[in-house]
Design a binder for this molecule. Structure first.
Ligand code: PLP
Length: 390
């Protein structure tokens, strides 16, 4: 390495050293974690792969097909179609694009009406801006999930004279980790022939691996393609899948949905391109394939169980200090009631702890990711109680 290169790396290191490190356990509000160590070698191996021009990278393209099959396996779909893309935002926008295309095929001037839970991630706002969608958001019930009775009445009343084109349901909502009752929603959608998109960006790599002892009584965890009218699912390897970013995924029920996404790509090796992003790395494909092979269901089950065990440990410790949770955790997301969560989160930040806050309820929100251990939790509880003393 020549002097100039060394200097450049030294300079970069200074910037990088200012970033937080997952292993310090102070990042408590992120849905990403430290990528699995195997990722490093794979990133280097696939550095120049570009699935935007798949004819030049047929090996990586074939691998993408295999990863989508593996996704199909955990989502109960033998015939999946989809892509490994940049993340949950791109996946959700892609799904909204399909709903819009299907709707406009029936009637090109139609208003596109979509039922969207109040707990939906803000990526759907971006989709609305881009595609001029009309969202209807039913109230939440006492369990912080979409009120299905309201949804049913709304659809049956035909309050939207253009009809409902799609329903978004969430499996692991960003704020609280709750799961909509997708079984009930699916029955309504089937009856009225409505498309369901499930946002399982976070829950997709948790729910299938959640041990029985962590499942709440009378809670419906079903979310995948085994349910009628679930036509697309967002599931992100770069969240609980432990892949390095960017690795998100959109999976469709079958290949018939491709036609809604394809645009002509005359100067590339493939005639059509379906993904929103053109030039796109194959790194997400390779890392996801490798980690799913390496860890398998058993490995993911162990990771999820550890996170759930730590979530309950956090609840126990906070209760000792009279802090209260909003709900019993459904997934590895813990909420802490707080009269002024913004103020508390800023005080915590001054002490070096990064938590986030909820929008639908006055509470702090802690994502108990694999990089969080019991010592981190003990230290955090001390810091939180100190905030309250000050
Ligand atoms: C449920 C859900 N969907 C979508 C997203 C967006 O994912 P990304 O940040 O990878 O684009 C998130 C991110 O937190 C999420 O929690």
């Amino acid at each position: 390495m020549d002097i100039k290169e060394k200097e450049i790396l030294r300079e970069l290191k200074k910037y990088r050293e200012r970033d937080l490190k997952y292993e310090d356990g102070k990042i408590l509000g992120s849905m990403c974690s430290k990528p699995h160590p195997l990722s490093k070698k794979i990133v280097e191996m696939f550095l120049e792969s570009n699935l935007g021009d798949p004819g030049l990278f047929p090996g990586t393209k074939e691998l993408e097909g295999k990863v989508i099959k593996m996704m199909g396996n955990i989502l109960n779909n033998k015939n999946p179609f989809g892509y490994i893309i940049s993340g949950g935002t791109e996946a959700n926008i892609t799904a909204m694009r399909v709903i819009k295309k299907i709707s406009r095929k029936k009637d090109k001037d139609k208003k596109v009406n979509i039922i969207l839970p109040k707990t939906a991630h803000f990526s759907f706002e971006k989709a609305r801006d881009m595609m001029d969608l009309n969202y209807i958001s039913p109230p939440l019930n006492k369990n912080y999930i979409m009120d299905v009775k309201y949804l049913k009445d709304y659809i049956e009343d035909k309050r939207e004279k253009h009809g409902i084109d799609g329903i978004v349901a969430i499996a692991g909502c960003t704020e609280l980790g709750t799961i909509d009752n997708i079984l009930k929603i699916s029955k309504i959608a089937k009856e009225h022939k409505i498309y369901i998109h499930v946002d399982a960006a976070f829950g997709g790599f948790v729910i299938p691996f959640l041990e029985e002892r962590y499942r709440l009584e009378n809670y419906n965890y079903e979310f995948d393609f085994s349910l009628d009218n679930v036509f697309s699912i967002t599931i992100d390897p770069h969240k609980m899948g432990l892949a390095p970013i960017p690795a998100g995924s959109i999976v469709f029920k079958d290949h018939s949905f491709k036609k809604y996404l394809d645009v002509e790509a005359p100067y590339l090796t493939d005639t059509y391109q379906a993904t929103l992003i053109g030039t796109r790395t194959g790194i997400g494909v390779a890392t996801t394939w490798a980690l799913m092979k390496l860890l398998g269901s058993e490995g993911y089950r162990e990771i999820v169980s550890k996170c759930m065990e730590n979530s309950y440990y956090l609840i126990r410790r906070m209760n000792e200090y009279d802090f209260e949770e909003v709900i019993t955790p459904v997934l590895n997301i813990v909420t802490i009631k707080d009269e002024d969560p913004l103020r508390t989160s800023l005080m915590l930040r001054d002490m070096g702890w990064y938590v986030s806050i909820c929008r639908c309820v006055d509470a702090l929100r802690i994502i108990v990711m694999p990089h969080i251990n019991k010592d981190h939790i003990d230290n955090f509880i001390e810091a939180l109680s100190q905030c309250k003393r000050d």
